[in-house]
Design a protein around this ligand. Structure first.
Ligand code: PLP
Length: 377
């Protein structure tokens, strides 16, 4: 049996090991925040935003950002039905209601018109998740936000390296943006996240919340002024993050290179669509994904079985969140329910070889050829 192809893993070099070992040996006492401060500075410079706060996860960053906007009981937050639960859970934790709307079948991200139709007097925010590195239509969403006085938030957990029109990076355009550095992501700190914003007041609020409610200006020791959170990143994790940021261009370029290779192997197959990249934008290509036309008659389950037989990990496309037991089904979210039934995430990690990429693409190609033969019979 050929070697297993994992769906993703990080790229860790001697640099990451050196920084992490330095943090472990020396990053204490007066130096206990050095790598954290440096990681935040490197990240905000890369994104071209004024403020960044390193967190223990993207989920934590989202939780604090929503809390800092005073979103709570009785409020509604609109988000795409196609999402990871991590985007909806903080809304629910705050006692607000997640309102799931359909995706745009072209971007697989929240449909701006669907989002606008869902606005009510209780709506406080729209979360645009840039799914798999694909970009939500930020111009349309920001326009809706301005017209309705609603915050547009970017869940950019999967979108480092993605760039919207005008060179604006994913996560830098909304009221705030959040990122994930989980071990499956393009850059990693093991677990970890980042909150970014241009809004100084919001930044100060999240900073206070992230420090158990202790404001920077508070002179009394051990004196929280409000109930906050403990979603901090450690200096050792931040050391890993600094090394990854030194290599950020190399890391995002390699993800795009892998995606480009899949594109060249699969783009000519009739009925196979890969992640979109509209003219003038860049897809950070965190997760190459194939969506097969319904006419081919190939289901998600067919693909899962074929990949397992080839000793390749393949992830299913996100189930609609509204189909989960704790929510109510929104069957009118047609695309969010339809696309996952005929889609599959393809493995992508920096050390992948061309031979491995070819093996993965070959599974899809064989399924499509087989379907073509069956249709001809
Ligand atoms: C779209 C999306 N949002 C949020 C998260 C949560 O990230 P974390 O695991 O860092 O909390 C993830 C991670 O898988 C994600 O894919």
């Amino acid at each position: 049996m050929s070697e297993r192809v994992l769906y993703t893993k990080p790229s860790i070099t001697a640099l990451e090991a050196e920084y992490a070992a330095d943090a472990a040996a020396n990053g204490w006492g007066s130096r206990c925040y050095d790598y954290i401060v440096r990681f935040e500075a490197m990240f905000s410079e890369h994104l071209d935003v004024s403020h960044a706060i390193a967190t223990s996860s993207c989920t934590g960053a989202m939780h604090m950002g929503l809390a800092a906007l005073s979103i709570g009981v009785g409020d509604e937050v609109i988000l795409a039905d196609t999402n990871w639960i991590a985007t909806a859970a903080p809304i629910a934790h705050l006692g607000a209601t997640p309102v799931f709307v359909d995706i745009d079948p072209a971007s697989w991200c929240i449909g701006p018109q669907a989002a606008e139709r869902a606005i009510t007097a209780r709506t406080r925010a729209i979360v645009a998740t840039h799914i798999y590195g694909n970009l939500a239509d930020m111009d349309a969403l920001l326009d809706i936000g301005r017209r309705h006085g609603i915050a547009i938030i970017e869940d950019s957990a999967e979108a480092i390296g993605s760039v919207w029109h005008g060179g604006r990076r994913a996560g830098s355009m909304g009221r705030f943006g959040t990122f994930s550095f989980h071990g499956t992501k393009t850059i990693t700190t093991g677990e970890g996240g980042m909150f970014v914003t241009e809004d100084r007041e919001l930044f100060e609020k999240v900073l206070t919340l992230s420090n158990h409610g202790r404001a920077r200006a508070q002179k009394k020791q051990f004196w929280p002024d409000e109930i906050g959170f403990k979603y901090k990143m450690s200096n050792i994790q931040a050391a890993l993050g600094c090394a990854q940021m030194v290599r950020i261009n190399e890391l995002t370029a390699r993800k795009r290179e892998i995606f480009g290779r899949y594109r060249s192997l699969l783009a000519d197959l009739a009925g196979v669509t890969l992640n979109p990249q509209p003219q003038g934008t860049v897809n950070g290509a965190w997760m190459p994904t194939a969506v097969l036309d319904r006419d081919l008659g190939i289901s998600r389950e067919d693909m899962v079985v074929a990949f397992a037989a080839a000793n390749i990990d393949a992830r299913v496309f996100f189930h609609p969140l509204s189909s989960l037991p704790m929510f109510s089904p929104r069957l009118d979210n047609i695309h969010a329910y339809d696309i996952p039934e005929r889609a599959i995430n393809l493995p992508s990690y920096h050390d992948m070889t061309d031979e491995q990429i070819g093996r993965v693409a070959g599974v899809i190609a064989r399924l499509v050829e087989q379907a073509g033969r069956q249709a001809a019979e």
